[in-house]
Design a protein around this ligand. Structure first.
Ligand code: Z5A
Length: 206
């Protein structure tokens, strides 16, 4: 079977990073070669871009357009230099966040129009899309509690509740319109249940 590009999406603390090694182990148990990445980040240059995006700079505000362009700069670099070549070599790739995060955070959260996002996306990655997206849907309060337990909050995590509500709604709107690509997983359940539901989706995909 052709290699798969699988993305994990959701608001903070939904369990994306926790699921990456679980999915990797499952795919490897099926004899597949697997690589894992995250966005923003995932390579030396992309991690430098990530640092600008997540770090808190009290002296200068990162404007919304610069934020959007940096997200896509990191994505363009990763898709061109790593994701496309590795898929060609036969690797499955699991990516902790990808394009749908920009629709949810920069579109829903920041209020940037889809017209503007589509233009930037077209220049950055053209029509490149994931084969499967798992959207981990969680009550914001539960996710924030999980994230807070980790300690210091990054630039996004400092946003107010209504920002995350717009992000969550944008995710769900997109998922409802793209049921062939996006699978919604109820992420507030215990890890074993979430894991079982995710592996069921993967089994069907394989
Ligand atoms: N961003 C953007 O705006 N636009 C874009 O295009 C992209 C990103 C790509 C950095 O991302 C920020 O970039 C992000 C959006 C923005 N900011 N926010 N918010 P990130 O992925 O690094 O940040 P994150 O989403 O906040 O990651 P996270 O908080 O680490 O969430 P997670 O990976 O989904 O959660 P986790 O680390 O797997 O789990 C959190 C804790 O919960 C941990 O202690 C787990 O052990 C625990 N956990 C996990 N699952 C469970 C279950 N089922 N039950 C109980 N406890 C659980």
């Amino acid at each position: 079977m052709a290699s798969l590009f699988i993305t994990l999406e959701g608001t903070e603390g939904a369990g994306k990073s926790t699921l990456v090694p679980i999915i990797k182990e499952y795919l490897e148990s099926k004899g597949r070669k697997v690589l894992t990445l995250r966005e923003p980040g995932g390579s030396e240059i992309c991690e430098q871009i990530r640092e600008i995006l997540v770090s808190v700079n009290d002296n200068e505000k990162l404007c919304d357009t610069a934020e959007l362009l940096l997200m896509y700069a990191s994505r363009a670099q990763l898709v061109e230099n790593f994701i496309k070549p590795k898929l060609k070599e036969g690797f499955d790739i699991i990516c902790d966040r990808h394009d749908l995060s920009s629709i949810a955070y920069q579109g829903g959260g920041r209020g940037i129009s889809m017209d503007k996002i589509n233009k930037v996306r077209e220049v950055s990655i053209g029509d490149f899309r994931p084969d499967l997206t798992l959207l981990l849907d969680i009550d914001l309060d539960i996710g924030i509690e999980r994230a807070k337990a980790r300690g210091k909050l990054d630039r996004f995590e400092r946003e107010a509740q209504d920002f995350f509500l717009r992000v969550k709604n944008a995710y769900l709107d997109y998922a409802k319109k793209h049921t062939d690509l996006v699978h919604i997983i109820d992420a507030k359940q215990d890890l074993e249940t979430v894991k079982a539901n995710v592996l069921k989706v993967l089994e069907e995909k394989l």
